[in-house]
Design a protein around this ligand. Structure first.
Ligand code: HEM
Ligand code: HEM
Length: 164
């Protein structure tokens, strides 16, 4: 049996930031894919440029899916470091729940996006709603990481900083 790790592996750290970058791109650039779906639902031909950028949204979203699956596989295989010392049981539970929720929200984003894009189910509204939840969950998560690092000085943020 592999002992519990004391740090995230480099692959876990890089994949974390690849996903963060991907989510920022997705939330920042979605007008084209919304226009394409709107045109198709209205029975009109979407603009060619919109179709191109829509495929970029699909490509970045698919990259996020691969990265999340890789992260879950690495976590399952190698585990993750326990919470920082001095973390109360309540704080530890909140942090673990938040990490699980972030994984679920990411997978739900990809699933609803793919179902909408492939015209299997028009879940654009759900996709948008989950995106809002993901935004606020990620914001709270990031603020908690910075708070723990700067105020409690427990080294939480440094665990996710890549080492060169
Ligand atoms: C974490 C990953 C993703 C994020 C954060 C994200 C984010 C967004 C956002 C913010 C919108 C605009 C929603 C609106 O204003 O109504 C959107 C629209 C859309 N996204 Fe994504 N997306 C992700 C992954 C994907 C994937 C993987 C696909 C498809 C393979 C996809 C397909 C779509 C489609 C089809 C729309 C238009 C929905 C509509 O207008 O009905 N998304 N996405
Ligand atoms: C889209 C935005 C983000 C998502 C989806 C996300 C997701 C996650 C997930 C799922 C974990 C748990 C990793 C695991 O144990 O398997 C994690 C850990 C972590 N994240 Fe993020 N994250 C985001 C943004 C950020 C930002 C902006 C920061 C820094 C300001 C950050 C700092 C950290 C740190 C320090 C950890 C390790 C926490 C610990 O070991 O207790 N994350 N993140």
């Amino acid at each position: 049996m592999i002992p519990a790790p004391t740090a995230y592996r480099p692959a876990q750290i890089w994949l974390h930031w690849i996903v963060v970058l991907g989510v920022i791109l997705q939330i920042g650039f979605h007008d084209a894919i919304v226009a394409v779906i709107g045109a198709l639902e209205a029975g009109q031909a979407p603009a060619a440029a919109d179709v191109t950028w829509a495929w970029v949204h699909v490509g970045v979203g698919s990259t996020i899916l691969v990265a999340v699956i890789a992260r879950l596989a690495l976590r399952w295989r190698f585990g993750a470091p326990g919470h920082a010392p001095d973390t109360s049981a309540l704080q530890a539970r909140i942090a673990s729940t938040m990490h699980g929720a972030l994984y679920v929200l990411l997978l739900a984003m990809v699933a609803t996006g793919m179902l909408t894009w492939s015209a299997i189910a028009p879940l654009g509204g759900v996709h948008f709603g989950i995106n809002v939840a993901l935004f606020f969950a990620a914001l709270a998560h990031a603020l908690a990481a910075v708070f723990n690092q700067v105020v409690r000085r427990d080294g939480t943020l440094m665990r996710m900083v890549p080492r060169f």
